[in-house]
Design a binder for this molecule. Structure first.
Ligand code: ADP
Length: 464
C-alpha cells in the first residue's frame, strides 16, 4: 500500500462522516430540545434522565457567614470553607484541602468510608483560624457535592442508587448518603450538618450564578460531560407532590445527564467500535463523542486503521498504537498546538506515546485527524448548548433570547483545549445567528463547583 498518500481517501471519508454543517447542528439541537422535553414529562421513556435537584433557592450574593463544602466524586475528596460577606464583602476568605481516599476504603464498609471522611473533615475544622467567624447560634453547615447517581426527594437527602468510578463500598446502595455523613460526623463528635446535597454540575451553576445573575445553564466538559439549567417548575410534568404553595418553588435546577443523549449524531465505525468495546455499550453516546476521556481514543482507532491499511507509519502499525487509550486527549491537544513547519512536537509525541516514526506528511495527516474529531466534538457540544436554550425559550418566550444569558462552562477539556472552545463557540454563533448570539455568553467559570456547594449550603441554611 502506497505510503502516506494512501491515507488520503480514509481521511476524506472521515471528514465526510464527521461533518457538522448547519443542518446537522440544527438536527442535533432540535433533538436535544425534544429529548429534554420528553425527560421532563416522564422517567424511563425515550427522553434524557432530567434529574430534579430540589435546588430551588439559588445564591443571591447576599449570603453571609461561614460555610463548608465537601466534594466527593473520585479517588480524592476536597473540603473547603468560605467566609461570605454579603453583597459588598462577597468571598472574604476561602481555604481548601484535598485528601486522597485510601484504596482499601473504596472496597470497605459504608461506616469505614464515612468515618474516614468525617475524621478528615474534623481535622480540617480544627485548623479554622480567626479569619473565619461562625455566628454564635449556628452549627457549621455543609454543602455536599456527591457525584454518583442518587435519587433525591429533597435538597438535603439522597438515596445512593449505585457506586460507580471504581467504588465498591458495601451497604451504601439504598441508603441516604446525607444521613450516612451526618451519623459519621456525630460519631466523630463533630457538630456540623449537611444542608444541601448536589451533583457537580449543579454546584457549578450555583457558583457561577453567585457572580452573575444571568447564568442560566452550566456545562461540564472534563473526563465526562454533563449539563444543568434553571427550569420553571410548572413545565416539569413529572414533578410530583405539592406544587409551589408559598410561591417559593418557582424555579429549580435540573440535571439533564446529557451524556446519555444519542439522537441524530454523526457517528463513524470508529465510534461504534469504541462503544462496543466499552464497559457500558450503547450508553453515554454523546459523552463518548464529545468528552475528554474518549477523544484521544477515537483518534487512536483512526490512526490504527490508517497504519494497518496504508503505510502511514512505515510497513506496519507500531505495537503501542494497538493498545486502547494509549493516546490521550491531552496528547492530541498538545499535537494541535504545534504550529511549526516541520511539526517536530507532533513527531515527538507520536514517537514517545505510541512508538511511531513519522514523516512530515504523516504528521500532517495525524493533525488533520485530531482536528476532525475535535471539530466534531466542539460543534456538537455547541449544538447541545443551543438545544437547552431552545427548549427554555420555547416555554417562556424572551426568557433567553431577549436578554443577556450566560452559559457557565467548566472542566479540564474546556479549560485546556483552545480549538475545542473555538469550535463550540462557532457552532453556537452559527445556530443562533449574529443578533441572538450577541446576547448569549459562553463563559469559563472562575470558581468551579467548590464554592458553589458552600453557597448552596448558605442559600439553604437552617438559620436563614
Ligand atoms: P474530571 O472531569 O475528571 O472531574 P477535569 O474537569 O479536570 O476532571 O477534566 C479532566 C479531563 O480534562 C481529562 O480527562 C482530559 O480529558 C481533559 N484534559 C486535561 N488536561 C487537558 C489538556 N491539556 N488538553 C486537553 N484536555 C485536557
Amino acid at each position: 500500500s502506497g505510503g502516506v498518500a494512501a491515507a488520503a481517501p480514509i481521511l476524506t471519508q472521515l471528514r465526510g462522516k464527521c461533518a457538522t454543517p448547519l443542518p446537522v447542528l440544527r438536527r442535533v439541537a432540535d433533538a436535544m430540545a425534544a429529548d429534554i422535553r420528553a425527560g421532563l414529562a416522564a422517567d424511563g421513556g425515550d427522553g434524557l434522565p432530567m434529574i430534579l435537584s430540589y435546588v430551588d433557592t439559588l445564591p443571591t450574593g447576599g449570603e453571609k457567614g461561614l460555610f463548608y463544602a465537601l466534594d466527593l466524586g473520585g479517588t480524592n475528596f476536597r473540603v473547603l470553607r468560605v467566609q461570605l460577606g454579603g453583597k459588598d464583602g462577597r468571598v472574604i476568605d476561602t481555604e481548601f484541602q484535598q485528601v486522597s481516599i485510601p484504596q482499601e476504603l473504596m472496597f470497605g464498609t459504608t461506616e469505614e468510608l464515612f468515618d474516614f471522611i468525617a475524621s478528615e473533615l474534623a481535622r480540617f475544622v480544627e485548623k479554622e483560624g480567626d479569619r473565619f467567624q461562625l455566628r454564635q447560634e449556628m452549627k457549621r453547615e455543609i454543602g455536599f457535592t456527591f457525584s454518583f447517581p442518587v435519587k433525591q426527594t429533597s435538597v438535603d437527602s439522597g438515596i445512593l442508587i449505585k457506586w460507580t468510578k471504581g467504588f465498591a463500598v458495601s451497604g451504601t446502595a439504598g441508603r441516604d448518603v446525607v444521613a450516612c455523613l451526618n451519623e459519621a460526623m456525630e460519631r466523630q463528635g463533630l457538630n456540623m450538618h449537611v444542608t444541601a446535597l448536589v451533583n457537580d454540575t449543579v454546584a457549578t451553576l450555583a457558583g457561577a450564578r453567585y457572580w452573575d445573575d444571568d447564568v442560566m445553564v452550566a456545562v461540564i466538559l472534563g473526563t465526562g460531560t454533563n449539563a444543568c439549567y434553571i427550569e420553571h417548575t410548572d413545565v416539569i410534568p413529572k414533578l410530583q407532590g405539592p406544587k409551589p404553595s408559598s410561591g417559593r418553588m418557582v424555579l429549580q435546577i435540573i440535571n439533564t445527564e446529557w451524556g446519555a443523549f444519542s439522537n441524530s449524531l454523526p457517528l463513524t465505525e470508529f465510534d461504534r467500535d469504541m462503544d462496543s468495546a466499552s464497559i457500558n455499550p450503547g450508553e453515554q453516546i454523546f459523552e463518548k463523542t464529545i468528552s475528554g476521556m474518549y477523544l484521544g481514543e477515537i483518534v487512536r482507532r483512526i490512526l490504527l486503521k490508517m497504519a494497518n491499511t496504508t503505510a502511514l507509519f512505515g510497513v506496519s502499525a507500531p505495537e503501542k498504537l494497538c493498545t486502547p487509550f494509549t493516546l490521550s486527549t491531552p496528547n492530541i491537544c498538545a499535537m494541535q498546538q504545534d504550529e511549526s513547519d516541520d511539526l517536530l512536537t507532533v513527531g515527538t509525541i507520536l514517537n514517545d506515546v505510541v512508538g511511531a516514526q513519522s514523516s512530515l506528511s504523516a504528521r500532517k495527516t495525524v493533525v488533520e485527524v485530531c482536528d476532525t474529531i475535535v471539530e466534531r466534538a466542539g460543534r456538537l457540544a455547541g449544538a447541545g448548548v443551543v438545544g437547552i436554550l431552545q427548549k427554555m425559550e420555547q416555554d417562556s418566550k424572551s426568557l433567553i433570547f431577549g436578554k443577556r444569558t450566560v452559559v457557565a462552562m467548566d472542566g479540564g477539556l474546556y479549560g485546556h483545549y483552545p480549538q475545542y472552545r473555538k469550535y463550540l463557540q462557532d457552532a453556537v454563533t452559527e445556530l443562533l445567528g449574529p443578533e441572538t448570539s450577541k446576547n448569549v455568553v459562553i463563559d469559563h467559570t472562575k470558581d468551579g463547583s467548590g464554592i458553589g456547594a458552600a453557597l448552596l449550603a448558605a442559600a439553604n441554611s437552617k438559620y436563614a
